[in-house]
Design a protein around this ligand. Structure first.
Ligand code: ARG
Length: 478
């Protein structure tokens, strides 16, 4: 059969290997909804401009409705011979609508068509991802709310540094995911621009109304103005939007990966800060006692593939002359896999951290469980309040550098006895500085240390509660 749209010129059929090599229909068929939406908007405009008749437009709409039902029912016959999603749908439309189907491609090329489809599809995915980022932030905020007073050893260099509120630690990730959400919205503005009307590369001879198509497809800015690619060569060949999205997605995964690393560490038996629900762990085929944190480990691993896709897309574009080149067909699998990986990861993390709503009670259950005693014991081990003692001496009039040195001597003495600074008798502490009084023990306590860090963004419970309220307000659906 002469399946191809350009067959007349060709003296021999494509080999099966070349067909398979050049076809994209087995992965780009997921663009079908966007493809049909863009075609309907195009046909509506062609008819409004008098380029095709209203009868043809109606026939196209009926045909597309049938195709939609066929695809949804899994009855559509996708054909490798028809190369891609665009030619498959157009060929079926022509079967159903005759000449009207053949008129759809007037003033259009697959080059501007595919660029439009990918943008429409990605816009929808970005909206889902933004919602999932919000869910994950809410899960973290909920756990934070219950753990404001729980004290964790804060690390630098993975060594005990200063005590922090566990809630404060979780809210650091909320900040990261909040930025990710903003980045997604920013990328969305450049995704939501219409290439259609660029045609193959140079524009077209028909009097198209590109702004009308853009408006129909919701490609408008905050003021409701149509967003249309302003240069036809750029319109068909630009994939910056895909790269930007991949970069934003890579940052999301990077944040998930950092969190995963901490979860895995916190679950280690010699740390024991948290547990995650059994359904997020797996056993070992040999060691009967094992519950391994496979989900965070895999998320950490999948970060590599998402970052890899970003590199793939950048490399895909770097040597391409204007305008469209078939290379661009390779933008889809990395983009699709990035979206799939991101959505699954965000969904699973929101549930693993925040738990799941029990329909019987309406309450969330099965999120991470926190072992406050283990965190506290770890915070007591590393002289986490040494800085507080130095600050105390500064308030007594010592220059900070001298205070730092004085406390180093005190820590050395405590270490020699194998006790915390707060376990040294007052008289011993006074041996390091005569100005030390009984109120020092409040300063040396973990709670005192937290309470003293009242700066905006600091770990004092009053500040942490303020941040929780701010996030609650920000994340509320208005
Ligand atoms: N399947 C192609 C792609 O994904 C569609 C555009 C093909 N255009 C062309 N002139 N071969 O990019």
């Amino acid at each position: 059969s002469k399946a191809q749209a350009w067959s007349a010129l060709f003296s021999e059929p494509m080999s099966e290997l070349v067909k398979r090599y050049t076809a994209s229909v087995f992965f780009d068929q997921r663009l079908w909804r966007a493809d049909i939406a863009a075609s309907l908007a195009h046909a509506e405009m062609l008819a409004a401009q008098g380029i095709i008749s209203q009868e043809d437009r109606a026939a196209i709409e009926r045909g597309m409705a049938t195709i939609t039902r066929e695809i949804e029912a899994g009855q559509f016959q996708w054909q490798l011979d028809l190369e891609d999603v665009h030619l498959n749908i157009e060929a079926r439309l022509t079967q159903l609508a005759g000449d009207a189907g053949k008129r759809l491609h007037t003033g259009r090329s697959r080059n501007d068509q595919v660029a439009t489809d990918v943008r429409l599809w990605l816009r929808g995915e970005i909206d889902l991802i933004t919602g999932l980022l919000r869910e994950l932030q809410l899960a973290l905020v909920e756990v934070a709310e219950r753990n404001v007073e729980v004290i964790l050893p804060g690390f630098t260099h993975l060594q005990v540094a200063q005590p922090v509120s566990f809630a404060h630690h979780l809210l650091a990730y909320v900040e990261m995911f909040a930025r990710d959400g903003q980045r997604m919205l920013d990328v969305r503005r450049r995704v939501n621009v219409l290439p259609l009307g660029s045609a193959a590369l140079a524009g077209t001879t028909y009097p198209l109304d590109r702004e009308r198509v853009a408006t129909t497809l919701g490609m408008v800015d905050e003021q409701g103005q149509a967003c249309v690619c302003q240069n036809s060569l750029d319109g068909v060949s630009d994939r910056d939007f895909a790269i930007e999205f991949s970069a934003a997605a890579s940052l999301v995964m990077l944040h998930v990966s950092r969190l995963s690393e901490e979860l895995v560490l916190w679950m280690n038996q010699s740390v024991g800060f948290i547990r995650i629900a059994d359904r997020f762990t797996t056993g070992s085929s040999i060691m009967p006692q094992k519950k391994n944190p496979d989900v965070p480990e895999l998320a950490r691993g999948k970060t590599g593939r998402v970052v890899g896709h970003l590199m793939g897309l950048i490399t895909l574009m770097k040597g391409q002359p204007l305008a469209y080149n078939k290379d661009n067909q390779e933008d889809k699998e990395p983009l699709f896999d990035t979206v799939d990986t991101l959505k699954d990861t965000l969904r699973i993390f929101a549930e693993m951290i925040g738990g799941q709503v029990n329909p019987a009670t309406g309450a969330k259950e099965g999120g991470i469980s926190v072992n406050a005693q283990a965190m506290r014991a770890a915070a007591m081990k590393g002289y986490a309040t040494a800085t507080d003692l130095a600050d105390y001496l500064v308030k007594k009039g010592l220059p900070f550098r001298d205070a730092h040195e004085t406390v180093a001597h005190a820590v050395k003495a405590a270490q020699a006895q194998g006790v915390d600074l707060s376990a040294l008798p007052l008289a011993t502490l006074q041996g390091f500085h005569a100005g030390i009084e009984a109120d020092v023990f409040e300063v040396l306590s973990l709670e005192g240390s937290l309470r003293a860090r009242q700066t905006l963004g600091g770990t004092a419970p009053v500040q942490v509660r303020r941040q929780i309220a701010r996030h609650r307000e920000r994340l509320a659906v208005h």
